[in-house]
Ligand binder design. Structure first.
Ligand code: 2BA
Length: 109
């Protein structure tokens, strides 16, 4: 058994959630925050049998878009002003950052 941990953009989370429910996969959604952008995103936990991993990855890929996002400049506040970029910088976010972990034991009581 595997645990799929997928960090996706909030804009895609509803669509992905519906797709997982439609295909009868159990999933948990956690509200999370990206360390770099410090903006909200959504982390899915999906426990599946090994042979279902590819299908879930397909659903994630199909329902999560790559988007450009602007990062607002943060004032150096006493730091090194040489590296300060005074204008917003565009970064590419997503579609999804996915970790696949082996599950040692799974119980439901
Ligand atoms: P954030 O940390 O807010 O990162 C958003 C996007 O900013 C990243 O998109 C990447 O394009 C860029 N970025 C991140 N760190 C950077 C840095 N040090 N310098 C320059 N640009 C940087 P994604 O790579 O698609 O990541 C989307 C979200 O997935 C991340 O949001 C974070 O919440 C999660 N994530 C990404 N890599 C991770 C990792 N290795 N471990 C845990 N979570 C991760």
């Amino acid at each position: 058994m595997k645990l799929i941990v997928a960090v996706v953009q909030d804009k895609d989370s509803h669509r992905l959630s519906n797709a997982l429910v439609d295909e009868e996969y159990g999933a948990t959604k956690l509200a999370s925050t990206g360390g770099f952008l410090k903006a909200g995103n959504t982390t899915f936990l999906v426990g599946v049998e090994d042979e279902q991993v590819e299908d879930v990855l397909r659903l994630i890929q199909k329902n999560c878009e790559t988007r450009e996002q602007l990062v607002a400049p943060v004032s150096p506040m006493g730091g090194n002003a040489d590296s300060y970029v005074p204008y917003p910088v565009e970064v590419q976010v997503g579609g999804a950052t996915v970790f696949i972990l082996s599950v040692e034991q799974f119980e439901q009581f």
